[in-house]
Write a protein that binds this ligand. Sequence first.
Ligand SMILES: [Zn+2]
Length: 143
Amino acid sequence: MTDFDRAAFAAFLVSGNATFTATNTQTGNRFTYRVRQKDTLYFVAVLTGPDNIADYTFLGTIFPPRSAGSDPLRGLAYYHGKRSSISPDAQSARAFEWLFRWRYTLPEFIEIDPMGRCGRCGRSLTTPESVRTGLGPICAGRQ
Ligand SMILES: [Zn+2]
């Protein structure tokens, strides 16, 4: 179980250096993703090996909205990477596309675990509010 609030997922996902485990409690499927910002893009990778730090494989890219008027968060678009060594049909790839599509309304059977780290700076999350949002007080602009 995790105290992470599903409603915080859409913002957490693009907080800059978010690493999280997503579990489907109905199927037991679980993947660990890392979403790193570089300029206006976010590069998505999935953990594919035993080393929690090194073994991430590029999956795809989240692009900013095409038109300046759109909501900067809601207008984001995710595309599976042509250069990804993972097939777009692989379960980890399909699961991420699905998470992205439903990022504002994740159903109850999806559990997100930021693994105790701030999605922006990577520091330990210590307050209950931080654990719910995946962002420390400073990164969340609350301090
Ligand atoms: Zn932080």
